[in-house]
Design a protein around this ligand. Structure first.
Ligand code: PMP
Length: 347
């Protein structure tokens, strides 16, 4: 009705009302090391796409390539518009409570809350390892429908021990999502080979960290029945034709992809050594494409000092007091970061 003032917030579901939008705005900078992207993209020919047609709703070619890569069957694989979308689908399918160690990837909690499910965090121990005893206790008492475990974990960078993960998989009556977004950079091989032994385990991966973030391709593998249940809530054309086609082409260049991953892992070790040489910061060991570090001067001043010098990283002070997270970039970017960090710390 014209002139009537509508209070939109009152119409919004309480679970959504209490959320804040995920902060994903562009901050101008010279060196972008805040989002765990790869510094190396793929230069591919534009795919031949019939723009008037909907995408392949089953993303068959892409799923075939991903299934081959994970040594599993086509019907064991589901693709999402990024693994973010798969998290949405999983929580929509199974509901809560949703359990995860903290700190970890924030979207597990955000999505559970948005969907009106209970999100429960169990703190990691002082080495950022799983507190298996506390996790098992929470599983016994709260009976979560879903447990999320990111290994390597974001933002801490460490891998969880396989035996501890399996204890959790065995103890829960719900499903366990092992989120291996950063596994390509880790020394541990990943848990996909164990999938046939555990019906309630799902492995989730993404192409975002290995040079294809623009495409938004996440995927998961698990037992056929579980995958077909989650597939019921998937939007019919969730992955556009360009992403499907580009991803298939990029995956053909597995040698190039492996080369980039190796370069990033060795740059990570050089970056780590460079940071260890600086007074006032303590970097933590990493198996991912980023490094978490603590700044004696506090996270805010270091974040601002770097940004003033054109280098954007992530301030994770709200999750881990005094800490920041820097993505491993190309040689030049890492050098620019080390130089800016040195200057910032020198005051
Ligand atoms: N899992 C983890 C642990 C992540 O850190 C991220 C990205 N930051 C994602 C999943 C989401 O990846 P994407 O949606 O780009 O596939």
């Amino acid at each position: 009705m014209p002139g009537r003032k509508l209070d939109i917030r009152k119409l919004v579901k309480p679970s959504v009302r209490k959320l804040r939008a995920y902060e994903a705005r562009e901050i101008p900078c010279r060196v972008k090391l805040d989002a765990n992207e790869s510094p190396y993209g793929f230069k591919l020919k534009a795919p031949d796409v019939e723009t008037n047609r909907y995408p392949d709703p089953e993303a068959l070619k892409l799923r075939r390539a991903l299934a081959r890569d994970m040594k599993t069957g086509l019907s064991n694989v589901l693709v999402g518009n990024g693994s973010d979308e798969l998290i949405y689908y999983l929580v929509t399918t199974f509901g809560g409570p949703v359990l995860f160690p903290t700190p970890t990837f924030v979207m597990y909690g955000v999505i559970a809350t948005a969907l009106g499910e209970r999100a429960m965090g169990v703190p990691l121990d002082e080495n950022f390892d799983l507190d298996t005893k506390a996790m098992l206790k929470a599983i016994r008492e709260e009976k979560p429908k879903i447990v999320f475990l990111a290994t390597p974990n974001n933002p801490t960078g460490n891998c969880f021990d396989t035996q501890s993960i399996l204890k959790i998989v065995e103890a829960t009556r719900g499903i366990v999502i092992v989120d291996e977004a950063y596994a390509p950079f880790a020394t541990q091989k990943g848990m996909a080979p164990l999938l046939p032994d555990y019906d309630n385990m799902v492995i989730m991966r993404t192409l975002s960290k290995i040079g294809l973030a623009a495409l938004r391709v996440g995927y998961m593998a698990g037992n056929q029945e579980l995958i077909s249940e989650v597939n019921k809530v998937r939007l019919p054309f969730n992955l556009n034709s360009y992403s499907q086609a580009y991803a298939v082409e990029a995956m053909k260049d597995s040698k190039g992809m492996r080369g980039y991953i190796k370069d990033i892992a060795s740059e990570r070790d050089r970056l780590m050594a460079g940071m260890q040489d600086l007074e006032g910061v303590e970097p933590f060991p990493s198996e991912a494409n980023f490094i978490l570090f603590k700044a004696k001067a506090g996270a805010g001043p270091v974040y601002n000092g770097l940004l003033k010098r054109g280098v954007l990283i992530r301030n994770v002070d709200a999750m881990i007091k005094g800490c920041l997270r820097v993505t491993v970039g190309a040689i030049k970017e890492n050098n620019a970061f080390l130089k800016a960090l040195g200057e910032t710390l020198a005051g």
